[in-house]
Design a protein around this ligand. Sequence first.
Ligand code: HEC
Ligand code: HEC
Length: 274
Amino acid sequence: MIRALPYATPLIPAFIVIGFFVWFANWIPQTRWEPPKVQAISEALTPQELAEVGRGIVRQRGCLACHTIEPGAGVKGGGRGPNLAGVAARRAQGVKDGPGDLVGYLAQTLYEPGAYVVEGYADIMPSSIAAPASLGYEEVVAVIAYLQSLGKSPTVKVGDVPRPAASARSAQPAGAATADPAAMFAALACEGCHSLKAGETKIGPALDAAGIKQAAAERGMSLEAFLMESIVDPKAYERKDFPSGVMPPDYGARMNATQLAAMVRYLAAPGGRP
Ligand code: HEC
Ligand code: HEC
């Protein structure tokens, strides 16, 4: 330790600078998505009590990154997904070619959003029982009670809502059966949230060559390392100007090493893509 000190002395200014940034990063008001607290939801709760719990879950688990709750605004609110106010009234009879009742429809929407895609919207809603929301069965019931309460009286109790079919669970998360990066970009739903064209902001930032290069520089990483980190561990570094906790955190498990390397090469090589 003593002998190491002389070598460390020239580094002291660097430590001060790093210390400043650590302090500064912690000082910025934290609006990050917090890991959900475990809710005690039992069969004893009334539909009203469940709705109150569900109200908190919808706020904590990222639903409002895409949805708005604007009474009287119709299906299209100001969000990326439909306005949830009034969903109970407009889906009282479920949907044509799908579940014919509100509770069945809402359960299907939460478990397998892609089974019925609301007209005018893209199929980008992640299953609520997979990351990032990762709702347990009781939490799904609470969310349904809350959605019912937006316009009607909640009626459901724990046990009244169907449990997810095995197919809904195993279908999520889905992998890709290809190592062609352009095909993966579509199959893994990247393109629902990212454009490859500069300035074209979707739910996430555009992944154009100049933009990601700048982001990598801001992160202080090589382009490839930054891309790798962004894909397998999106929470490691999140841009303040985009919603937090929205990019699925499980691509690391859904892509094998060959696919991951191909995707990184594809995004990093300006000439290798449109
Ligand atoms: C990444 C954006 C996104 C997130 C996050 C998201 N949704 Fe959605 N949601 C959508 C989109 C887009 C649609 C319409 C397309 C579809 O039906 O899949 C939708 C549809 C719905 C519908 C059907 C609305 C209707 O009018 O029929 C409900 C209910 C819903 N979402 C609830 C939720 C809840 C609850 C959560 C949180 C657990 C959530 N969503 C998270 C984007 C999102
Ligand atoms: C549901 C939306 C969504 C999906 C799907 C999604 N992303 Fe993202 N992604 C985001 C958001 C939001 C951010 C910005 C917040 C952050 O940094 O995590 C982001 C950030 C990134 C970044 C960092 C870019 C920068 O400028 O900081 C990369 C790289 C990236 N995503 C690649 C991908 C790839 C590749 C896929 C598909 C395998 C994918 N994303 C799927 C929403 C998404």
